[in-house]
Design a protein around this ligand. Structure first.
Ligand code: AFP
Length: 285
């Protein structure tokens, strides 16, 4: 697999098919929950199957890991790559017509922070946009216009922003997190949180800075977001764009080892200024 082109092309085609499902499929639930206990929507299952069909016969793909699949799906024993994906992130907000997304990550060998070689996400908002990166290359942004994907500019983050996207139920935030978030607001940061991590992180990236946080909470000590197909792909993209991505101990998320296909972790994504302030607030400088 020529990692950049073929992977990107398949992604762009799949994005259009997912968009067609979002527009036409009803947002009803199926009588099943996924591996992390979320009740599955018909859309989740349909998008998962669509992506599985697009990649399972690809001789380079050793296995597929999906938010909507209980187990690892083995594909081709000679394959070098494992594709991990969240077929429709934010599916619970489709019925209120908010922007949602799909997230993909390619791992060479056993999936972990240091074996991720490529990542991309699709934003299904007023327009379809795809952002793709191969390790150590600045992320490229594409927009679907007039039946074709137009390359936009590479995404490069600044040192400081003014957006604050703070996830997790505030009732269960730790005191140090409550204090930190209030300090950001007292400094004039704007709240921009939709409940869909793809549009929320896309905004911090495209606006050149700020902070997205989904911390551990007293009711969810490991946070909510899944390491392999939500957190690590965005960690690769944020670092490639010149930003940072850390856990609550101040460790780069790309240094994480993964204990389970559906493991979760507290996570913070942002520009240097906000991550430095967060580390000070958490005492992990
Ligand atoms: P769904 O895919 O179940 O809608 O969850 C979306 C998500 O995984 C992520 O996109 C959001 O950032 C986060 O959950 C929202 O969680 P809260 O509802 O706890 O804020």
């Amino acid at each position: 697999m020529d990692r950049s082109s073929r992977y990107g092309d398949i992604n762009q085609e799949v994005a259009l098919e997912i968009h067609a499902l979002i527009i036409n499929e009803d947002t009803g639930y199926v009588d099943k929950t996924n591996a992390t206990g979320d009740q599955q929507l018909k859309l989740d299952v349909a998008c998962d199957l669509l992506i599985e069909k697009a990649f399972r016969d690809n001789s380079d793909i050793y296995a597929l890991i999906s938010e909507e699949k209980e187990d690892v799906m083995r594909c081709n024993s000679e394959g070098r790559y494992t594709l991990c994906y969240d077929p429709l992130d934010g599916s619970s907000i489709v019925d209120v017509n908010l922007a949602v997304g799909a997230i993909f990550a390619i791992y060479e060998g056993e999936p972990s922070g240091d074996t991720i070689v490529g990542a991309s996400y699709v934003v299904f908002g007023p327009r379809i946009e795809v952002v793709t990166t191969i390790r150590d290359e600045a992320p490229t942004r594409y927009r679907y216009i007039d039946g074709d994907y137009q390359v936009f500019h590479p995404i490069v983050m600044g040192n400081k922003g003014h957006i604050n996207a703070s996830g997790g139920s505030q009732k269960h935030w730790q005191d140090k997190h409550i204090t930190f978030i209030h300090v950001l607001f007292s400094e004039g940061y704007r709240l921009r949180y939709s409940g869909g991590m793809v549009p929320d992180l896309h905004q911090v990236l495209v606006k050149g800075g700020g902070l997205f946080s989904y911390p551990s909470t007293t009711d969810s000590p490991n946070g909510k977001l899944r390491v392999l197909f939500e957190v690590l792909p965005f960690a690769l993209i944020f670092e490639a764009a010149g930003g940072e991505a850390i856990d609550e101990k101040g460790r780069p998320l790309l240094e994480l080892t993964v204990t389970h296909p559906h493991a979760r972790t507290p996570c913070f994504f942002g520009s240097h200024y906000e991550i430095k302030r967060l580390k000070e607030a958490y005492g992990v400088v």
